[in-house]
Design a protein around this ligand. Structure first.
Ligand code: TXA
Ligand code: MG
Length: 336
């Protein structure tokens, strides 16, 4: 067991001495949980293979699920990508720093361990002064899977990291609630058209406005290529049941059915029509707007778990823009 230090850090102007301290931990092979604009990451020096092994171990992550390398500038891509795909250059210019992860053929500088044996590597430049400061200070890339136990919802608050990884990481840099609340979009540039492997905070529509056609491939071949998408994921302990939009009958039926089975029910709704259904024990009516739902979703799921909710009814959203990402996560969390 490690002694986990929780350090508050100013999100916009992080104290340089704190960043130095955290970078020193990474240099010594330790683990630092750090904030990004999407979710908290579990950081280790990407060049230190023992530290990378530790990350797999503490998360309980299958070894064939590759990790993202976080960088602090576009220049790093030339060391990590065997060849710079033209669309990769355009995308990084348009969206970095930001919640977009680029996948392309890797150089020999990248270890098999990081990529789970794949011949590609995933790279992103986070839009967060703390994350960028840490990478700069270390002077090389940081692997950063989401800082949760494998399969759980990603942490959007430092306390979520503590709940999952207390005693397993050296420092948690606490910069408050993450801006997006959902993970980055992962796009594969080795195929044409480029293909979204994991929908995320940057939408397909936004990507297409910059590089033209982008596909989202959900067939098994793709799932093999992004192993992380294969498992039940993003899931609270409670069972998740999806409710069709504005389907009052369905939500009322599910509330009743769950109660009859003696289960504690939680609801997350967002349309006016479902705001005043016969209130279940834990009821969250979200304000309209997908951004808000994205930002709050994991936090609410974790809160309901803490309250001992057995079953969470979640109203679906329309699968466009950020809604496609939200539905991707909800379906994966609902998968048994
Ligand atoms: O927003 C994010 O991306 C967060 C923050 C901390 O940066 N990180 C994150 O990492 O979500 P993780 O490890 O939880 O998810 C990485 C995803 C997984 O689905 C993994 O399979 C996929 O990226 N991935 C990583 N390397 C890949 C590769 N070479 N080819 C295909 N997919 C890859
Ligand atoms: Mg994750």
């Amino acid at each position: 067991m490690k002694e986990t230090k929780l350090s508050k850090v100013d999100a916009l102007h992080p104290d340089p001495s704190l960043i130095e301290e955290a970078a020193e931990v990474l240099r010594n092979g330790g683990l630092v949980a750090f904030p990004t604009e999407t979710v908290y990451g579990l950081g280790a020096d990407a060049l230190n293979l023992d530290a990378v092994k530790d990350v797999f171990k503490v998360k309980g992550r299958p070894g064939d699920n590759p990790m993202i390398i976080h960088v602090s500038s576009q220049k790093h891509l030339f060391e990590l990508f065997d060849e710079m795909p033209e669309k990769g250059e355009i995308l990084s210019q348009a969206f970095w720093p930001g919640p977009l992860t680029l996948v392309s053929k890797r150089t020999i500088l990248v270890s098999d361990l990081v990529t789970g044996g794949l011949d590609t590597v995933a790279v992103r430049m986070p839009d967060h002064p703390v994350a960028l400061g840490l990478i700069e200070e270390l002077g090389s890339g940081i692997v950063g899977p989401s800082a949760n136990l494998s399969g759980r919802p990603s942490p959007t608050f430092a306390s979520h990291v503590l709940d999952d990884l207390k005693g397993k990481v050296d420092i948690i840099l606490d910069a408050g609630l993450c801006k997006y609340g959902l993970e980055s979009t992962v796009i594969d540039l080795t195929v044409d058209p480029p293909t979204i492997l994991r929908p995320g905070a940057i939408t397909k529509e936004e990507l297409e406005s910059v590089i033209g056609t982008v596909s989202i491939d959900r067939d098994s071949e793709m799932l093999k290529r992004s192993p992380g998408t294969r498992y039940r994921h993003y899931a609270p302990h409670a069972e998740i049941v999806l409710i069709e939009r504005e389907n009052r009958e369905q939500i009322e039926y599910e509330i009743q059915r769950s109660r009859q089975e003696g289960k504690t029910v939680g609801c997350i709704v967002h349309t006016p029509l479902l705001r005043n259904v016969e209130v279940s024990e834990y009821f969250h009516a979200l304000p309209p707007g997908l951004e808000m739902m994205a930002r709050q979703l994991y936090r609410i799921l974790r809160e309901m778990d803490q309250k001992g909710v057995d079953i969470i009814l979640v109203e679906e959203v329309e699968e466009v823009g950020l809604g496609a990402t939200i539905m991707d996560r909800l379906k994966k969390a609902a998968r048994k």
